[in-house]
Design a protein around this ligand. Sequence first.
Ligand code: 5GP
Length: 204
Amino acid sequence: MNKGLLIVLSGPSGAGKGTVYSVVTKALGDIGKSISVTTRAPRAGEVDGVHYHFRTVAQYNEMKEKGEFLETAQVYNNYYGTPLAPVMQMLSEGKDVLFEIDIEGAKQIKEKYPECVSVFIMPPSFEILEERLRGRGTEDENSLATRLGSARGELAQFKRFDYIVFNDEVSVASQKVIDIIAAEKCRISRNEEKILGLLKNKNL
Ligand code: 5GP
């Protein structure tokens, strides 16, 4: 079966994984994107169905009960989840799918799909992590303190991942993610059917 690659980008809040995700998806134009469901309110400029599917807690719970999520997590005070059906559809069509999710969600996907490729985006230092979170201007002081407080625990989870990318410079970090995807697609284990098909061709 022609199956796409499932790639998960994760890391602590402020590591810059959202920015890396945007650069990588732009560079790899035809890569599949998963639009998450969230119960948080849209930020200025965010569009329903583009950045997220914005839903109420009741709607989110209903989807969860029906088993419509690949993974779900509570991130700070809101719920997030990856809708299962569109992802399965893209993978079965042979399309690679890139995710940008929190560490708990990444853990759930790795447990369900050990063949996925997980990349931990690491901030270069705690000082830079704080600077980035402040610079984003989307968090109040309380939320900032919570995010900084949980960052250390999140950083300690790096061993669950296949790769680590230090995000000193977004363009360099993004290129590393693109290179990881390219290398993973060249793995013998992911190409056995194709190779065996070629070997069956008597004209070669
Ligand atoms: P934000 O609210 O700033 O857009 O995202 C907050 C956090 O939620 C980020 O760490 C982001 O990666 C994570 N996130 C976004 N979508 C999902 C999802 O579908 N599942 C999980 N587990 N985390 C998500």
